[in-house]
Design a protein around this ligand. Sequence first.
Ligand SMILES: *Cc1c(COP(=O)(O)O)cnc(C)c1O
Length: 607
Amino acid sequence: MHDASMWHLKKNGIIVYLDVPLMDIVSRLKFMKIDRIVGQDAGTPMKDLLKFRRQYYKKWYDTRVFCESGASPEEVADKVLSAVKRYQDVDSEMFVSTRHVWPKDDDRKVSTKFFSEAVIEGLASDGGLFVPEKEFPKLNCGEWKSLVGATYIERAQILLEKCIHPADIPAARLGEMIEAAYGENFACSKIAPVRHLSGNQFILELFHGPTGSFKDLSLQLMPHLFAHCIPPSCNYMILVATSGDTGSAVLNGFSRISQNDKRRIAVATFFPENGVSDFQKAQIIGSQKENGWAVGVKSNFDFCQTAVKGIFRDSDFTGFLVMEYGTVLSSANSINWGRLLPQVVYHASAYLDLVSQGFISFGSPVDVCIPTGNFGNILAAVYAKMMGIPIRKFICASNQNHVLTDFIKTGHYDLRERKLTQTFSPAIDILKASNLERHLHLMADKDGELMTKLFNQLEDQHHFQIEKMLVEKIQQDFVADWCSEGECLAAIRSTYNTSGYILDPHTAVAKVVADRTQDKTCPVIVSSTAHYSKFAPAIMQALNIKEINHASSSQLYLLSSYNALPPPHEALLERMKQQEKMEYQVCAADVNVLKNQVEKLIQSQFV
Ligand SMILES: *Cc1c(COP(=O)(O)O)cnc(C)c1O
């Protein structure tokens, strides 16, 4: 357990960590003549000693072999062989674009990307999204059962290690990132707890992160992955157009990378100066840190998004930034694989929690119901199923902007004559569910040609239709419906009246759809994607609370006086207070002004 010896081992070979459940080791030792191990003082419980040792193993190992309880020596030996083989096969887990068509003389090297490249590049150069070339790794039943008693961090480490090749991020390093992401930044030590609501309905609370939405679950980790993956010689400026939860979650996530990384990674978020709620504005501004800025733009969200896309496409400008400042522009949007992957963990974790709380036994099915915008959260649930979590139905919930749920019902994705309307659940006011392309790709047996055709058609003609067989295949697992504005408020009101629990409007959308579509033959886990205090005006309307003072902070205090469940979000209250003192930039609605602003920020950050 000396660093020097470990380092010596590491230099000369591969360190395989046999991760055996503590109780297994303890019970094995009972059968041996000795019941103590070297270095153990009489009276030190074996459990404490093993826990103490574990930190050394965790620091130094190259590859972990996760041994489920009761595994035989032969099984473990097989696992060691495949772990070593995986470790040595550095290009065995590559990523391809959903629009990729394999050429006849298969030149695999050119068209496949490492995990790290997929994270840096975000979008594939052909316009498609990166997906793993091979299948998702699967855990067996014994391995899952061994995770029932594990913490969120332990679950995340085991699952994500299986999905990220150690050549991209060494397993021990990944483990540290996961600890940094989910260690102390969440208000609840369970990170993503599951709460029984009523009947067979459970709420997966995804809002305990620092900015109060489920985006924290991926954006507390993704910046660490990103910082590890980028080449050491460049600076990175991340540009985000935001109308809601993403801006503050990105700013917050990137403010937690190491001091060294902060010197080369910065974030600018552009938001419509008069197009976001007071609360959201306060939150975005209040999330500014030494390497992150909020910039108000005197226009609407569409302008911000189009302007940012335009800046990325302006190769003269991006080339200039590279030459002049050694700075590359990047985005951290929800199609990035580094944002999608961490979300798989909480779906698996929720299921394991239901097992550990005795509501189900491992192997019996559950449904999930998710308020869906860009299709990221629900797709992560599909991936959790591919890893072995027995999810039966994926219930996709929309609000009045229900192009996606119509598509799942009919196979026709039709944007013609559809205008985006503003709702009480703005984070799912979305017409183009970008991650849907990944799911279609999966369902259509990875037909890149078809994806190219469909999504070009969506671009040019604003609609596409898939064939009947494909719709039916999707409908085997997917159920979809939408919820009106009135139903949303009514659900918030009735849930509060019957259980004292306040749903945020997005969660309410999902609850309404779950009530209507789920057959109650198994539990349903409803994703609660935001804390209700982020949407105080809608909640007050739903609960008939009259408030004369319109300031966001006083609304929050009023709501917190209701003593409802879940408790008030302290970090949000705190940030509301701080924000009153913070300054931020405001720009005219002109791409050139935005470019100027980006250059100024780069100068102030990196020069
Ligand atoms: C982003 C967001 C969603 C939509 O999630 P997708 O993964 O894009 O479907 C839902 N609810 C809230 C509160 C959000 O912030």
